[in-house]
Write a protein that binds this ligand. Structure first.
Ligand code: PEP
Length: 254
């Protein structure tokens, strides 16, 4: 059975003390009734070390980084490598997020290299893909996402793809308050799973977790998560408040 996940992407929010408090609040609440699925917190880099201490004994909350570089070390000012993340016990790394594609000019090829590096060091990529509004309006969204998936994931082996988490995040839904409908999410998730089936076979595709991201809130989470190919969510704004995030975590069926 494939893993179900709710992941919080804090983006460039929360000072360290606030991030620790948010983590403790989530931990205390979840310890009362531990979920069967995985919860991932993706804070800014400077929080990772402290959060890994806070969550050391906890099996159901994992930590993710929001980015990495694909080289192991060297003269890459401002970058953080996957071995550095591994040394802190980080489990996941978000890559291909639309904000990094748009604001930091990350191409499909760069993202492919990051995915490879993340896997090479035993971490799991949360690979984001998704179309802008004009592409959806032209009804070219399936082709667009197919291209992204092929360019960054189709060089992986059948074994490697099993460690990849995919997050479908339509750009028009990120931070806008307008979520994809459950039907739109299901259509794309099934499409992505079928792409994986053709390339990697049924077993790998069936085991791949595909998350939906884009304006998920406590009010819409349950209907989105009820779709058969929606295996959880990548949550931005709504992950910054423990009570709201917890409601979303509890909306995911075990
Ligand atoms: C995101 O950026 O990954 C995201 C899903 O953001 P939001 O939930 O705020 O739309």
């Amino acid at each position: 059975m494939r893993k179900k996940i709710v992941a919080g992407n804090w983006k460039m929010n929360k000072f360290l003390t606030e991030g620790i408090q948010l983590t403790v609040d989530i931990l205390v609440e979840l310890e009362r009734n531990p979920p069967k699925h995985t919860v991932i917190l993706c804070p800014p880099f400077i929080h990772l070390s402290e959060l890994s201490k806070v969550l050391k004994e906890c099996s159901f909350i994992k930590i993710g980084a929001q980015n990495c570089y694909y080289k192991d070390s060297g003269a890459f000012t401002g970058e953080v490598s996957v071995p550095m993340l591994a040394s802190l016990g980080i489990d996941y790394v978000i890559t291909g997020h639309s904000e990094r594609r748009q604001l930091f000019f990350e191409t499909d090829e760069i993202i492919a290299q990051k995915v490879k590096a993340i896997l090479a060091h035993g971490l799991k990529p949360i690979f984001c893909c998704g179309e802008p509004l004009d592409v959806r309006e032209k009804n070219e969204h399936l082709n667009y996402v197919s291209n992204q998936v092929q360019k960054s994931l189709f060089n992986l082996s059948q074994q490697e793809i099993k460690s990849v988490v995919i997050a479908y995040e339509p750009i028009w839904a990120i931070g806008t308050g307008v979520n994809a409908s459950p039907e739109q999410a299901q259509e794309m998730h099934l499409f992505i799973r079928n792409l994986l089936k053709e390339k990697f076979g049924n077993e790998s595709a069936d085991l791949t977790t595909i998350l939906y991201g884009g304006s998920v809130k406590s009010e819409n989470a349950a209907t989105l998560f009820s779709k058969p190919d929606v295996d959880g969510g990548l949550i931005g704004g709504a992950s910054l408040q423990a009570s709201e995030f917890m409601k979303i975590v509890r909306s995911l069926p075990n």
